[in-house]
Design a protein around this ligand. Structure first.
Ligand code: HEM
Length: 450
């Protein structure tokens, strides 16, 4: 191998290790929440490997020893897990202005075109994007305006199931409901995003590219925590950049056409792209990459979670709030960060820490729920807990505070209406001996006689 290449690689490796070590010592001097003592350089990664269940599961298993706020060091970065509703209230509401920042990682940097999407680091830009989406896309009046489009999508889900049932020998559709719902919700959100029905081959290409991009984003990138490891993850980042470029190539001509045809009869007014074109006047430097990232964020945000919740709710036939509790669609919030050193539960939370509020823990906490893992819809008859945490933080499916999910109203509407229509039209039963692989529940749907 080239001598200079070897020397350069070694220098980069040593410099990265020294940087991580300095960074670790800097944060180690803070009074962080307790947790397993970190090893030099690698932090708690050896515990994680021994545990084998991922950071979230490790933090859940450490609760009995360290309490409901705890730190797991991933390399140089303290990950702070909060399993307690009261501390969450303190952070997201009382200190909401400081806990609303977002932690950064390399994959988000790529897919957000350099922190330019709604769900990234808080600033005037993200605040404007949030206001835009709440006012022009997901607020009550817009939800009403988009009703005909939604109704068509829900009708299509029912029709798809009817066709499968009609083609089956026994007249009963055996289906993976999540993929049926995903297909229709995806098409509906595409129209909401671009204001037009796209051609079938383009719909399929976008679906493939978005799916691959989503898969790569959720692949664990150790290089975010161990700088020297980044060198081994070049391929992962290249693949992600390739998918981002591919998506720009697919979206740019659609957006270009939309700019030309704005106001045209064939275009559904008030689509997401159109609202972004308006924002462009206020915030310059809007390019195809930023617009693509924003549209992809909207599509992903609206599709995955809702279809997962429809699937869970049908599998548990059929009370929405109780199914959001017993099978949390979002196990945790997105990674938060503080904008300055803050105190929480008597500990210090530095700006470089990644803060995760573990929503699933609140939903399954025996001090708040009797027999928490049992599906008991009647709980929600006895209490008036809403999904926005205004009454009690033990039920927070959409998180809370300034970064609460902006799509909660659309999601609740979709889940309730789709589930009601499915129950009205079909009799449902579980398929015995079919394991849920995590890709959706397989159910049998027998059309009801009218
Ligand atoms: C059952 C369905 C859904 C659930 C359970 C859910 C849950 C969540 C949660 C827990 C967060 C993180 C909040 C935080 O970090 O504190 C979030 C963020 C977000 N959700 Fe949803 N969501 C759902 C549906 C939707 C829909 C339909 C949209 C529509 C576009 C959407 C768009 C977003 C966006 C853009 C963010 C980032 C907000 C920000 O960073 O300010 N979600 N969601």
């Amino acid at each position: 191998m080239d001598f200079f290449l070897v020397i350069t690689t070694l220098t980069v490796l040593v410099a990265s290790i020294l940087f991580d070590w300095w960074y670790f010592l800097k944060l180690r001097s803070k009074r962080l929440p307790p947790g397993p003592s970190p090893w030099p350089i690698v932090g708690a990664i050896p515990y994680l490997v021994r545990h084998g269940g991922g950071t979230m599961k490790l933090s859940q298993s450490l609760q009995s020893k360290y309490g409901k706020i705890l730190t797991v060091w991933l390399g140089k970065t303290p990950m702070i897990f909060i399993h307690d509703p009261e501390l969450t209230y303190d952070a997201l509401v009382k200190q909401g202005a400081y806990f609303s920042n977002r932690a950064k990682n390399s994959t988000m940097g790529i897919i957000s075109s350099g922190w330019r999407t709604l769900s990234t680091t808080e600033g005037p830009w993200t605040v404007a994007l949030r206001k835009n989406v709440m006012t022009h896309m997901l607020g009550p009046s817009r939800l009403k305006a988009f009703k005909p489009l939604r109704d068509r999508a829900y009708g299509d889900i029912v029709n798809d199931l009817r066709s499968v049932a009609a083609a089956a020998e026994d007249g009963v559709a055996q289906v993976n409901l999540r993929s049926v719902a995903y297909n229709r919700v995806y098409r509906f959100v595409l129209v909401l995003t671009f204001g037009v029905e796209l051609e079938e081959n383009l719909i399929q290409e976008i679906l493939l590219s978005l799916g691959e991009r989503f898969r790569l984003v959720y692949e664990f990138a150790l290089g975010d925590y161990l700088s020297f490891w980044r060198i081994f993850e070049l391929r992962h980042r290249q693949k992600l950049k390739y998918q981002q470029t591919k998506l720009i190539e697919l979206f740019a001509p659609i957006m270009e056409r939309l700019r030309r045809l704005q106001g045209d009869e064939g275009i559904i007014g008030g689509n997401y792209c159109e609202t972004l074109f308006q924002l462009e006047k206020e915030f310059p430097n809007f390019d195809d990459s930023v617009l693509t990232s924003l549209c992809a964020e909207f599509l992903n945000g609206a599709i995955h979670t809702t279809t997962l919740a429809i699937d869970h709710t049908m599998a548990l036939l059929t009370v929405v709030r109780e199914s959001l509790r017993v099978r949390s669609t979002a196990v945790t919030t997105l990674p938060h960060a503080t904008s300055e050193l803050r105190k929480l539960g008597g500990y210090e939370i530095p700006t470089d820490a990644v803060v995760l509020f573990v929503l699933e823990s609140f939903h399954l906490d025996p001090t708040h729920w009797s027999e928490p893992s049992i599906f008991k819809p009647e709980r929600f008859l006895e209490n008036d807990l809403d999904v926005l945490g205004t009454k009690n933080f033990s039920f927070l499916p959409f998180s809370a505070g300034r970064r609460i999910c902006p799509g909660s109203q659309l999601a609740m509407l979709e889940i309730s209406v789709v589930v009601a229509r499915l129950v009205q039209t079909f009799e449902w039963e579980k398929v015995p001996n079919v394991k849920n692989t995590g890709l959706g529940t397989v159910l049998r749907a027998r059309p009801r006689s009218v």
